[in-house]
Design a protein around this ligand. Structure first.
Ligand code: HEC
Length: 161
């Protein structure tokens, strides 16, 4: 009888131990799922990186700025400006965006061409633009698919202000 009860105790212990050990594999499994999550976010990061790499701001072809203002080009620029920009930019006062006047003293022609043609990419990648967004209460300039010629003529218009 004693033997039987000790056998029962043994059996009880055995099941307790086996239950205990059956719990054990759960721990590594949990840490495995965490590490696979880490892998996933690493993959996502890599994907996002390659996405932003593929959206590099295109180089602007070299532009000639003549000593005298090309009035015809400036007029064409004024027209594009009033059609696509004046809802946010005034010639000489800050509005939703900065005033147009004086912009050539603040920025290089190359930077301006990029800002006019690719404002969305500049917002992502240019620290100066990111600071402007803060200054202008989070307002962002939309990409309106301005062509090289249009942007170049706006630059000439800026020279008349
Ligand atoms: C919906 C409003 C909006 C429109 C439309 C818009 N802009 Fe802007 N622009 C902004 C804002 C706001 C900023 C400040 C940067 C930012 O927040 O993206 C800015 C910044 C700029 C800058 C930089 C100014 C500086 O002082 O460095 C230039 C240049 C510019 N815009 C030119 C243009 C031209 C040219 C057009 C038209 C083709 C245009 N913008 C259309 C809102 C606009």
């Amino acid at each position: 009888m004693k033997r039987l009860s000790s056998l029962a105790v043994f059996c009880f212990l055995l099941t307790a131990v086996s239950q205990c050990s059956s719990n054990e594999p759960q721990a590594p499994e949990q840490s495995k799922s965490v590490s696979s999550e880490e892998n996933r976010s690493e993959e996502q990061e890599a994907k996002e990186q390659s996405k932003s790499e593929s959206k590099e701001i295109p180089e602007i072809q070299e532009i000639d700025i003549s000593a005298t203002i090309d009035q015809k080009m400036a007029l064409a620029g004024a027209e594009v400006f009033s059609a696509k920009c004046t809802m946010c930019h005034k010639p000489s006062e800050n509005f939703i965006g900065p005033a147009a006047a004086g912009v050539l003293e603040r920025r290089t022609p190359d930077w301006l061409m990029k800002m006019i043609m690719y404002p969305d990419l500049m917002q992502e990648q240019d620290i100066v633009v990111q600071k402007l967004i803060e200054e202008y209460n989070g307002a962002v300039m939309p990409n309106q698919n301005i062509t090289f010629e249009e942007a170049r003529s706006i630059l000439e218009y800026y020279r008349t202000l």
